[in-house]
Design a protein. Structure first.
Length: 348
């Protein structure tokens, strides 16, 4: 009996991770999965030894600076080096650096297509966080062993916005069908970039392609600019209304006195940003600490103060994440189709 017990004990010890024997994680993967009560202390101590976190993000400079400043004030001795680029440029930079084995990034915060690309190229470190339970399941990209590849930390919602000096209350659409109202003919503008195409995608999902083609009768004009830039044209009255408007940009303009109002549609496209940890992070303690910070109540409040929505909250309208309909390739194929439909219905 003693021999059997000794053998079983040997097998258990031989197959148990080293950190569970010592009580402390000994690798980046172990650290990312660590759920011990001293997790925060370990991360803070390790981050201070590392001295900084290199953060790659698509957040605007003024926004990432506010987040970085608050993090540095909370964790004295841990600097944030932020690199900011558009989503396509950020993806290419990370892929190029990974191929060259120049591992610079520690934490990554970007939109879902980029995160899907990094996941598919095995460039993300699955992690846990004490704040994950507060987020709905659809906002977390599941990884192995109850870990996640990323968690959505910010959301931007695309719906309908209008200039209330130019459009009467009776003519404001409450759903996609309302976009066909006669009063909206010659009065609608659409963003000509992915924002507008994704708006078309939402209409296709709810009403079908034939409905979208009917919108050609409304004589819609396309503007080759982001939805947030188009908001300024709605505010000025150059464009009376648009179904490709961000909730955040509209509210910011309204708070500054612009006569603009945002209205949700049947479903509202979510432009989501997620926080992830780079698989080859040179400073894993700082990267995980920074991820925890963005997902914490404090981090979420900061992002809401920057006019982003939180995946944790119900704002009274239906969200839609286009990227979660299938694979990245399927999303890109659908986006191309939506762009084609957009071109078909706009004023020439």
């Amino acid at each position: 009996m003693k021999n059997i017990t000794a053998t079983l004990l040997f097998v258990f010890l031989a197959t148990t991770p080293a950190w569970s024997q010592s009580g402390k994680p000994t690798s980046a993967a172990d650290l990312a999965a660590y759920r011990g009560p001293d997790r925060e202390r370990l991360l803070v101590e390790g981050a201070k030894r590392e001295g900084k976190v290199v953060w790659y993000t698509t957040l605007a400079a003024v926004q990432n600076k506010q987040l970085a400043t608050t993090f540095e004030a909370k964790y004295s001795g841990v600097k944030v080096e932020a690199y900011r680029a558009g989503s396509s440029a950020l993806v290419q930079r990370v892929l190029n650096e990974a191929q060259a084995r120049r591992h610079i990034a520690d934490a990554i915060e970007t939109t879902l297509p980029g995160l899907l690309t990094f996941r598919d190229n095995q460039l993300l470190l699955p992690y846990t966080s004490p704040y994950l339970a507060a987020f709905p399941e659809e906002s977390k990209e599941k990884g192995p062993g109850n870990l996640v590849y990323w968690t959505i930390d910010r959301e931007s919602y695309i719906g309908f916005a209008y200039n209330k000096n130019l459009l009467g209350a009776a003519d404001v659409p409450k759903n996609f069908d309302g976009l066909l109202k006669p009063a909206l003919r010659n009065n609608l503008g659409l963003s000509g970039d992915d924002t507008g195409a994704r708006s078309i995608g939402a209409m296709v999902k709810v009403k079908g392609e034939e409905f979208v083609k009917k919108l050609k009768e409304q004589n819609i004009k396309a503007y080759m600019m982001a939805g947030s830039a188009l908001t300024q044209l709605v505010a000025s009255g150059e464009v009376p209304a648009s179904p490709s408007q961000f909730y955040s940009a509209t509210n910011v303009a309204a708070m500054k006195g612009a006569p603009v109002v945002w209205v949700p549609m049947d479903i509202n496209v979510v432009g989501a940003g997620g926080v992830a940890v780079y698989a080859h992070a040179q400073r894993p303690h700082a990267a995980l600490l920074f991820a925890d910070f963005l997902l914490s109540p404090e981090g979420q409040k900061l992002l809401e103060d920057l006019y982003f929505g939180s995946a944790q909250k119900d704002y009274g309208f239906k969200r839609w994440y286009p990227e979660k309909e299938g694979t990245l390739a399927q999303y890109e194929q659908a986006l191309e189709k939506w762009h084609k439909l957009l071109k078909e219905i706009i004023r020439k």
